[in-house]
Ligand binder design. Structure first.
Ligand SMILES: [Mg+2]
Length: 409
């Protein structure tokens, strides 16, 4: 797919994967927006109706969790456990707006994000680690940005894979930051209950307990004493996956951004290119093409990411968020150009590939209350019409023509 926008790194490059999880998300948003709720056992749900209500707990603040209140618990039970609880009606529109803001914050760190719920995401930071002292330093920077911009706390787990990153954020909750690397995983997992493994729910745990397998170490010893055929015979095929998990191994990728949600264009050079004017012209041409596709689809973008691959196959990305959604070539270029200029000033060496992706797409421009002069839009519309009629090469910005000139021998 032309939109495909993923890290293609040799498998030998160690990954840095982060799991970001907001703390008691709905309840924390309520406490943030209503200071009277701070420090109180806040229980968020829908349609609290008092004594005979059949409401269900959507989220509980840490103060309420101390009483045993959990999400998905019936309201009646929560009221019994925590009579002094403050029952608040959930405001999903607010939570989803905050979730969107969270995503924007995370996008400034890396474009490789997989949202797994309204308040949780995996980040593949492998391609941006040159900019951070360590995975923990990056996690700390994310926590600071979230607190600064949202006035909310999150927990960040850092690892080489998704399984351990999520486990780390569970371990260090709330308001935590912790690392659980694959190298340390066998020893650290050993004393933990088997339920830390993926796919070991209460039912599987009960069946393992009947064989006296309660910790990861128990299960690992049991698996080590058997070959695959025996494991399948005695426990089923799903048990084979636990072999690797007991060692903390997991090579699932952080799924790239939904393709429908980004429009991208990239180019691998026949020969690595260092000339800034060629790189600049290439990116300008890509901005022209992607914004044209944006307009053709009736979309606007708020985010853009520049993707750069060096001759040693390391892939980097640089992202920017625009103040307002746009579909204008000039405005996207105004954001892309400084990203490229900064990159070139720091990394003057040649590039193997360069690309642009537009994301955070919306189908309306209604947020653009203080829109720019309408003239640029008219210029783009005219350029699109000419391109549609006479072909893409018929109208180009002067800078983009430079690229073609340099491409010829
Ligand atoms: Mg959470």
């Amino acid at each position: 797919m032309p939109n495909a926008y993923c890290l293609l790194l040799p498998s030998s490059v160690p990954r840095t994967i982060l799991h970001v999880d907001m703390d008691a998300f709905y309840a924390s948003v309520e406490q943030r927006d209503n200071p009277a709720l701070r420090g109180k056992p806040v229980i968020v749900g829908g349609g609290w109706g008092g004594e005979h209500s059949r409401g269900v707990v959507m989220a509980a603040s840490y103060e309420a969790r101390k009483f045993g209140v959990k999400s998905a618990m019936p309201e009646m039970q929560a009221r019994r456990l925590c009579p002094q609880g403050v029952f608040v009606r959930g405001r999903m529109d607010v939570y989803s707006a905050v979730s969107h803001q969270l995503r924007e914050i995370l996008t400034t760190f890396t474009p490789d994000i997989q949202a797994i719920s309204i308040d949780e995401a995996f980040l593949d930071a492998t391609g941006v680690m040159h900019a951070h002292a360590s995975g923990l330093a990056l996690g700390g920077a994310i926590k600071l940005a979230v607190r600064r911009d949202l006035q909310l706390n999150c927990t960040v787990g850092v690892s080489d894979n998704k399984f351990l990153a999520k486990l780390a954020s569970d371990l260090y909750k709330p308001d935590g930051l912790g690392e659980l690397r694959e190298a340390d995983a066998p020893a650290r997992l050993a004393p933990m209950p088997v339920t830390v493994l993926m796919g070991v729910g209460p039912k599987a745990a009960a069946s393992l307990a009947r064989r006296d397998l309660r910790t990861v170490a128990d299960l690992r010893a049991w698996l080590d004493a058997r070959d695959d055929a025996q494991v399948i015979r005695e426990m089923g095929e799903h048990a084979l996956a636990w072999r690797r998990q007991c060692l903390g191994q997991d090579d699932r990728p952080v799924r790239e951004r939904d393709e429908a949600k980004s429009i991208g264009k990239e180019r691998t050079f026949g020969e690595d290119v260092a000339a800034p004017e060629v790189l600049r012209a290439t990116v300008l041409g890509q901005v022209e093409e992607t914004t044209r596709r944006l307009r053709a689809a009736g979309l606007k973008c708020r985010g853009l990411t520049l993707k750069l691959r060096t001759p040693d196959f390391r892939t980097y990305s640089r992202s920017a968020m625009l103040e307002n959604p746009t579909d204008e070539t000039t405005r996207v270029w105004q954001a892309a150009e400084p990203l490229l200029a900064t990159w070139l000033s720091q990394h003057p060496g040649p590039l193997r590939l360069i690309g642009v992706a537009l994301h955070d797409l919306t189908s309306t421009g209604q947020l653009e209350l203080f829109g720019a002069d309408p003239k640029p839009g008219r210029v783009d519309a005219a350029a699109d019409a000419i391109a549609a009629k006479f072909g893409k090469g018929s109208i180009r910005r002067a800078g983009a023509i430079e690229r073609d000139r340099n491409r010829r021998p």
